[in-house]
Design a protein around this ligand. Structure first.
Ligand code: SAM
Length: 199
């Protein structure tokens, strides 16, 4: 497939996912991710939250060599597998079906040049620390949806979401003062944080 064909395929998957109500990475956010991957050319990329493969295909099309991606939902993982194969990326992807909390422990000891946190937001602090332990110096952690549907900055969050919002706010405050990384915040779409490991 040419790069143009792959972009067409991503657009097709995105359209389908919207109809099915699946939460895939938004267009401009994917473009930013693609630009970063193009610049960094990481050998190994880890992603938490595969869904049906939009961000994963973006990473591989932009020059990420190998992708390990974790998804808890078996049906989504199966659709992602099909989409990766249709783009000709099947042999560069390992999809791990399972809960990232357990999978991150199992992956300990591996090394990645880029890590994408696009799964559950309830324990971002844990995912971030586990990722930092596996991230190469100069590598990046890309965290999507840091504004959590706009609720991080809004007042009066719905009762059900308060715990997660409080935890995310605390996590973001700590991230910005973490001396191991240089952090760039993008206010694009639902917000992105990119942390580059400097020590
Ligand atoms: C925002 S979507 C990911 C979008 C995907 N990166 C893309 O661009 O197409 C979040 C995904 O995380 C998955 N997820 C939620 N909790 C999880 C967990 N504990 N472990 C692994 N995946 C999880 C959801 O099933 C969902 O597919």
């Amino acid at each position: 497939m040419t790069e143009e064909d792959i972009h067409g395929k991503i657009a097709e998957i995105r359209e389908k996912s919207l109809k099915e109500g699946l939460p895939v990475m938004r267009t401009e956010t994917s473009e930013i991710l693609g630009r970063i991957i193009k610049e960094k050319q990481p050998e190994e990329v880890l992603e938490i939250g595969t869904c049906i493969g939009v961000s994963g295909i973006t990473v591989l099309a932009a020059g990420g060599k190998k992708l390990t991606t974790v998804e808890i939902d078996g049906e989504r993982a199966e659709k992602a597998r099909k989409n990766f194969n249709e783009c000709g990326f099947g042999n560069r992807v390992k999809i791990i079906e399972g809960d990232c909390r357990e999978v991150l422990r199992y992956l300990e000891g591996n090394e990645y040049g880029a890590i994408i946190l696009d799964g559950p937001k309830s324990d971002l602090a844990y995912q971030y620390e586990a990722s930092m332990g596996m991230l190469k110096k100069g590598g990046i952690i890309f965290i999507d949806d840091i504004n959590y549907h706009g609720m991080i900055k809004a007042e009066g969050a719905p009762h059900k979401q308060r715990t997660i919002i409080k935890a995310m706010r605390l996590f973001l405050e700590r991230l910005k003062t973490d001396e191991r990384v240089e952090v760039k915040i993008y206010e694009t779409e639902d917000g992105i944080a990119v942390a580059e490991k400097i020590k």
